[in-house]
Design a protein around this ligand. Structure first.
Ligand SMILES: Cc1cc2nc3c(=O)[nH]c(=O)nc-3n(C[C@H](O)[C@H](O)[C@H](O)COP(=O)(O)OP(=O)(O)OC[C@H]3O[C@@H](n4cnc5c(N)ncnc54)[C@H](O)[C@@H]3O)c2cc1C
Length: 465
């Protein structure tokens, strides 16, 4: 290991790897050291659903995602699509006729903010011009979104949806890819351009006269560095304390379940399917009585939140599907997720054994054939990780108040889709290159602006699944 370095990046998740890639490969900087106590991409970045979209209700987020997806597409072209980028889209669904005006209204926002045109269909005839997505690849699919406000039109194009469906919004610059393969591709490129990976824990970041000077590792070594990048994911707050900073971020545990869909309930060519209605789960009378008797389970009889989502995973001959549903109130759950005195997120995170069954039951509102699994559920594989978030769910990609220190973090539930844009922005900060229009919205300094504090008080829809 070199005793001195141009930039030391703490964390080899997707954020740290993207930062290293952009500095070394796209800006030609030598002397980049990437330090992680774990193998690359193994804390949060391998737990994700691996989906992406530019469909956000916030202008800076649309700008960041458009840039990120541009880079993703460039990398896919350059690598022969080694990370299987597809463009199947996200399909947002509702069965509630009363929601249609709001659904229509909300669909206009991302479009007006730069996410592409909105095409609205009120009859099967109007929907005849709709262009379905290809199953693989990302070329030749329209931008923007298609809004279907007619049941027959929806069922013509998505026959597996229930006959209660009333509106569907298909966001098109969206889909999924292999996060591991993207991350390894960027890491290999970065290493070929001189980036050194060091397996160690950062234990101290030292400063002198308000400037970063040296970084100490748990093997006792010290490296002097011009720049230090905090890319520590859910541990970014802890690493921030090494710089005597209290970063305005928190963590939130999110789980996901994979299972074998032997009955083919989720079509292999489906987009990401998202149920936007709250729902009450379908229990038998006997189950209802059983659940009602216990304080720990009686809440399962209440109305549950919107947002159950699923997608097929793997190639056409695979039968794996992923299910996700944030049905819990995080304020209640947080006590089990963080260490009581250090407030550090607990790693590995605690898993909720009820999650697979509840998520599966939640999917039945959207795809009724999921009920065929209620009696005998396929064996689930459950995992999860932490979303690291700011209050308003915008990321922090920013210089820090200590000169030479930077943060690329708070990437919440969108860290894979934004990683390329985030690394690109961070590298622009470090190299003093021209900053994009959305840079200020992701800078730590935004919290010093009294006007921004007022905006935060009224902040509502963060657009996060
Ligand atoms: C269930 C779930 C579903 C998700 N779905 C999606 C999705 O569909 N699309 C999407 O874009 N995003 C999704 N995400 C979010 C995405 O996974 C994260 O935003 C992203 O992985 C964060 O990457 P990171 O590099 O910031 O953090 P991490 O991947 O956690 O990497 C941080 C690294 O820092 C290292 N580190 C920490 N402290 C130190 C230290 N002191 N010394 C050395 N190393 C240190 C850790 O070991 C770790 O390797 C999902 C997340 C979850 C949990």
């Amino acid at each position: 290991m070199k005793p001195s370095t141009h930039t030391l990046i703490c964390g080899a998740g997707i954020a740290g790897i993207s930062a290293a890639y952009h500095l070394a490969v796209r800006h030609g900087i030598r002397g980049i050291t990437l330090v992680d106590e774990r193998p690359p991409l193994t804390l949060t970045s391998d737990k994700s659903t691996e989906c992406y979209r530019n469909w956000w209700p916030d202008a800076p987020m649309v700008g960041l995602m458009n840039r990120s997806i541009d880079i993703l597409e460039e990398l896919a072209e350059a690598s022969g699509n080694s990370f299987h980028l597809n463009r199947r889209g996200y399909l947002y669904l509702t069965a509630d006729p009363e929601k249609i005006p709001a659904f229509e209204q909300e669909a206009q926002t991302p479009s007006q903010l730069g996410a592409g045109p909105l095409r609205t269909y009120r009859s099967p005839g109007e929907a005849a011009v709709y262009r379905p997505s290809t199953t693989e690849g990302f070329r030749g699919v329209p931008d923007g979104a298609d809004l279907f406000l007619d049941r027959a039109a929806i069922r013509e194009h998505f026959p597996y949806l229930p006959d209660t469906i009333n509106a569907a919004l298909h966001a098109r610059r969206a889909g999924w890819f292999s996060a591991q393969q993207l991350g390894m591709y960027m890491l290999e490129q970065a290493r070929a351009h001189g980036v050194e990976f060091v397996r160690a824990r950062v234990t101290e970041v030292n400063q002198s006269h308000g400037r970063v000077t040296t970084v100490r590792l748990n093997d006792g070594s010290t490296i002097s560095t011009q720049n230090f990048v905090n890319a520590a994911g859910p541990l970014a707050k802890e690493v921030g304390r090494m710089l005597e900073l209290d970063l305005p971020i928190h963590t939130e545990l999110h789980l996901k379940v994979a299972l074998r869909d032997r009955l083919g309930v989720v079509p292999r060519q489906a987009p990401m399917l998202i149920w936007t209605d709250p729902q009450t789960l379908n229990w038998s009378a006997e189950e209802r009585q059983f659940l009602a008797e216990d304080n720990h389970t009686c809440w399962l009889l209440n109305e549950m939140p919107a947002g159950a989502h699923t997608r097929p995973e793997g190639t056409a001959d695979s039968d794996i599907i992923l299910l996700l549903w944030e049905y819990k109130n995080h304020q209640i759950e947080r006590a089990s997720e963080v260490h009581p005195t250090s407030n550090r997120p607990i790693i590995p995170p605690p898993l909720d054994e009820m999650y697979p069954e509840i998520a599966l039951r939640g999917m039945a509102a959207m795809l009724p054939r999921f009920r065929d699994y209620f009696e005998q559920m396929p064996r689930p594989v459950l995992d999860g990780g932490y979303y690291t978030k700011t209050r308003e769910n915008r990321p922090l990609i920013s210089p820090l108040p200590v000169e030479g220190a930077y943060l690329i973090g708070a990437l919440s539930g969108y860290g894979l889709m934004s990683a390329c844009g985030a690394g690109d922005l961070l590298a622009a900060h470090i190299t003093g290159s021209e900053l994009p229009s959305y840079a200020a919205a992701f800078a730590l300094e935004r919290y010093n602006d009294p006007e921004y504090q007022k905006i935060l008080d009224d902040w509502q829809d963060a657009g996060q699944l």
